[in-house]
Design a protein around this ligand. Structure first.
Ligand code: FE
Ligand code: CA
Length: 525
């Protein structure tokens, strides 16, 4: 078969060698030989979007995962068997079937597994070309009416390959989470060059920016060769949304950050979206739209998770210049920012979100999205208060509508979860951010980056007196946040790794906050 010939032609496996290898034990970084030995599963496995009956399982077949044409070194359609077992050793298989991995989707496999029992762990793997994939662990959600006891959730964002190792993902994998929220900037489309690349521990495989389907596929494949990221995906289902770098820095809807790039940007975005959905374990059948990402998950009666798409439908950046829509600070003279018809989410997503708030009568209502939601009054050069146009401060009307909808709804214990800003934030989301005495509507936790370059600490720390709703800020660390949710309280542990430059970084806890069932607001413990 053509595929086997490809393997042997490279001379890295003897012709006719038995194709049943144990899942490879991976070193800190993988050589081409490691990747070939892991073939056809060099990108590991993943699961996602659990409900009470099942979850999505994912893999991508490849012999040469970083092939420049984005086809992974494969040309033929290849049958893939998947199986789900009740035990870690895959002895008691409860479901199994075959699908075909095909070139148009880069041999990505996305199976929506149904018919499982609620609230229990399962293990899964794939088999293709006579080899087994690594085994992944997933779990089903409790049934919708179950008064679930506890729920452990990890959350992370912003893993730029070039600036560090993914130790945060490795430690996150060890948390025994029920699911992990990946809140965007899972890949970075740009590459550091010249001076900005100096001193960086890793390079992108392609030292250019991802601009087309082959480029984005290459980027996802590179990131997914990372052993720590593979360990995270194999440890628990993930629930993902995107931010800007899955396409391009600061893009919004179908507009590039650079006005000059508008021609062709729709095609670029389409390529990026295609590669995202190929490589991420998103449950697509219920979304009724090939590019829809916002969706709702439930964890019994304990939690509802609304997953938002903050990028695809947003109004153009406020007060952009003739050439650039890049995020920037604007002052009170930018009236466009305040226009009520502008939306961060698009009106259809806003309607969907508000009409579903509180419907499931969940004890905790989590809104998982990409950005810091709290307003930040940032003193500019002349002491004038400024607002950052790319984040929620660029779309205050949407934030007002969302917080009003939360107040008006029966949604108990709203908690907003975000990323993007490469720093940890714990905030009180206020009915009116200009009035510290106004009601706290929701609690917010924003995770620091897995690796991405943080903002400078001092200038942000200096803003805190102007922003009394901020309970915690830290940008001098990288890591993730772990949430332990029970009916009576949510505990958030802000975890930090010792050094993003070291593949063996250790883990510590920066801070722990508790939110009690009842009035919103996190309290440090
Ligand atoms: Fe980022
Ligand atoms: Ca971002």
């Amino acid at each position: 078969m053509a595929v086997t010939m490809n393997l042997t032609r490279r001379g890295l496996l003897a012709a006719g060698a038995p194709l049943l290898l144990a899942p490879a034990a991976f070193a800190d970084s993988r050589t081409p030989t490691d990747l070939l030995e892991a073939a056809p599963f060099p990108l590991g496995v993943a699961s996602g979007d659990p409900d009470a009956e099942g979850f999505v399982i994912w893999t991508r077949l490849a012999l040469d995962p970083l092939a420049l044409d984005g086809q992974g070194g494969l040309t033929d359609a290849i049958p893939v068997r998947w199986m789900i077992a009740e035990d870690e050793a895959m002895r008691s298989v409860v479901l199994s079937d075959e699908v075909t991995a095909i070139p148009p989707s880069a041999h990505c496999v996305n199976v929506e597994v149904k018919g499982l029992r609620p609230d229990r762990p399962y293990w899964y793997r794939f088999e293709a070309l006579g080899r087994h994939s690594p085994i992944g662990r997933a779990r089903t959600a409790p049934s919708p009416d179950a008064a679930a006891g506890q729920f452990r959730v990890g959350m992370a964002s912003c893993s730029h390959w070039e600036v560090g190792y993914f130790s945060a993902y490795r430690h996150m994998a060890e948390q025994s989470s029920d699911l992990n929220l990946l809140l965007g900037d899972y890949i970075y489309e740009y590459s550091y060059r010249g001076d900005r690349a100096a001193g960086r521990p890793r390079r992108h495989d392609r030292q250019d920016d991802a601009l087309d389907l082959a480029g984005y596929r290459n980027r996802y494949a590179l990131y997914k060769t990372d052993p720590d990221l593979q360990a995270l995906h194999a440890s628990a289902p993930c629930v993902v949304t995107w931010d800007d770098h899955e396409v391009q820095n600061d893009y919004g809807a179908d507009l590039s950050q650079n006005v000059s790039e508008d021609p062709g940007f729709r095609a670029r975005r389409l390529a990026a979206y295609q590669a995202f959905f190929e490589h991420m374990p998103v449950r697509r059948s219920c979304l009724n739209d090939p590019w829809r990402l916002y969706r709702r998950l439930h964890w019994g009666r304990l939690a509802q998770i609304d997953v938002l798409d903050g990028r695809q439908y947003r109004s153009p950046a406020a007060c952009s210049t003739e050439r650039s829509r890049r995020a920037r600070m604007v002052g009170g003279d930018c009236l466009e920012r305040l226009q009520p018809h502008r939306s961060m989410l698009g009106l259809a997503q806003e309607d969907w979100l508000y009409s579903g708030l509180g419907q499931a009568e969940a004890r905790w209502n989590l809104i998982a999205q990409d950005l810091l939601m709290a307003s930040l009054r940032q003193p500019g050069r002349d002491g004038v208060v400024g607002h950052w146009t790319d984040g929620w401060d660029g779309y205050p009307a949407t934030r007002d509508r969302l917080l009003s909808a939360l107040q008006a709804s029966a949604a108990a214990n709203p908690v907003i979860l975000g990323g993007d800003i490469h720093s940890y934030w714990t905030t009180d989301l206020k009915a009116d951010f200009r009035d510290p005495e106004s009601a706290t509507v929701a609690t917010e936790f924003v995770t620091g980056s897995v690796t991405s370059d943080p903002p400078p600490y001092e200038p942000f720390a200096a803003m805190l007196p102007e922003n009394p709703h901020v309970r915690f800020f830290e940008s001098r660390a990288h890591g993730f946040v772990a949430l332990d949710i029970r009916p009576d309280r949510l505990e958030a542990r802000l975890h930090a790794i010792s050094d993003r430059m070291r593949p063996d970084a250790t883990l510590s806890t920066l801070k722990t906050f508790v939110v009690e069932d009842g009035p919103p607001g996190a309290v440090e413990t």
